[in-house]
Design a binder for this molecule. Structure first.
Ligand code: PGA
Length: 256
């Protein structure tokens, strides 16, 4: 089964307006648009940088896609500080990260919130990148498969197979995020395979085989090759290494 890989950069709360434009332009300058036939490239800047970053790629006719880092499930209304799917679509944003571990642990985002957000994105014709991953305590207790697969079950509750096919799952062990301590290719592959088995149980094998599963957590040009070579790893969700144009584009090249 050949799935088109995805390299997605999660800029988190980094880069002001000017810096975001410079980074987008530097990425664009280093990219070859031919590569985009072979790999989907997504950048997820802070909300206020979405439009200027989109403009850079549009001007260069470089089909790098845009993702947000969060969304609210309601369409509009009295939700101070929140952003809707419609607002994101309106600035040319087709992807959105949901359930990132930083949002789960620091902002109290629950499995139910993740499910509501994924459903709202699908309803708006957008593609969720659903993040799952265990803490070190869960891994030390050897409960990681059960924990992560329960997150997958909860995230996809009530989402039909036809819609799930456009969704992406990102396995990001919390102990590997921003720590420089990456999961070994074997650890990452074992979990991504378990996630695919879970998706096959929820839906069917064909649907699970079409869905793309990413690894995230201290991925960089030095360790990407081994991770991307794994059968069930279809790309990466990149934090720190996505903030530098050279290393981000090296990761794109590694996925070609
Ligand atoms: P990292 O972050 O690459 O800096 O570990 C990945 C993520 O949190 O998505």
């Amino acid at each position: 089964m050949s799935r088109k890989p995805i390299i997605a950069g999660n800029w988190k709360m980094n880069k002001n307006y000017g810096e975001a434009v410079v980074l987008a332009q530097s990425i664009s300058n280093r990219m070859d648009d031919f590569w985009l036939n072979k790999v989907d490239v997504v950048v997820c800047p802070p909300f206020i940088d979405l439009k200027p970053v989109k403009t850079v790629f549009e001007f260069d006719r470089m089909d790098v896609e845009l993702g947000a880092q969060n969304v609210h499930w309601e369409e509009a209304g009295a939700f101070t500080g929140e952003i809707s799917t419609g607002m994101l679509k309106n600035v040319g944003c087709d992807w959105c990260i949901v359930g990132h571990s930083e949002r789960r642990t620091l902002m109290g985002e629950t499995n139910e919130d993740v499910n509501r957000k994924a459903k709202a994105l699908i309803a708006a014709g957008m593609k969720p990148i659903v993040c799952v991953g265990e803490s070190l305590a869960v891994r030390d207790a050897e409960a990681q498969d059960e924990f992560v697969c329960a997150q997958v079950d909860a995230a996809f509750a009530g989402i039909p197979a036809a819609s799930a096919k456009s969704c992406v799952v990102a396995y990001e062990p919390i102990w590997a995020i921003g720590t420089g301590r990456t999961a070994t290719p074997e650890q990452a592959e074992a979990m991504c395979a378990a996630i695919r088995t879970t998706l096959a149980r929820i839906y069917d094998q064909e649907t699970a085989d079409q869905m793309r599963i990413l690894y995230g957590g201290s991925m960089n040009p030095g360790n990407a090759e081994g991770l991307l070579a794994q059968e069930n790893i279809d790309g990466g969700l990149i934090g720190g290494a996505a903030l530098d144009a050279d290393s981000f584009v090296d990761l794109v090249k590694a996925a070609l």
